[in-house]
Write a protein that binds this ligand. Sequence first.
Ligand SMILES: [Zn+2]
Length: 158
Amino acid sequence: MNAAREAVAAVVDPEIRVITIADLGILRSVEVEPDTGRVVVTITPTYTGCPAMDVIRADIRRALAVAGHPDAEVRTVHSPAWSTDWITDAGRAKLAAAGIAPPAPVRRDGVVPLTLAVRCPRCGSPETEQLSRFGSTACKALWRCRACSEPFDHVKAL
Ligand SMILES: [Zn+2]
């Protein structure tokens, strides 16, 4: 059971390959059905319509087959909806280490957050600007640092 969970938790996000689906917070549970012994994995998709989810489902099944569970089932639940707040601290650190600015925490209390919370992942400067709402994937926006002039991906807060 722990081996099954470890195998699933180690599956990397196909779009942001530096972090795992556990880091991303989309892995809800890994359970074994008592009757059949079958492993059932529950995930919550990230951004709606992210084509990466099909890849992730296939990668989970492959990882479990290698771990000795070829008949695993992957279920998808949409409620509660995933948000970037579910990305773990370890996941945020890995994003930053890869030069990707992690998403800012989303305020749930209705207070409009201060803008320009996006810091350059290379030099830490808050003097950044958005170049494009869409970066290398639909889940990321392209930003540039005014201090060091480096462009970088920023995972959009959701
Ligand atoms: Zn910079």
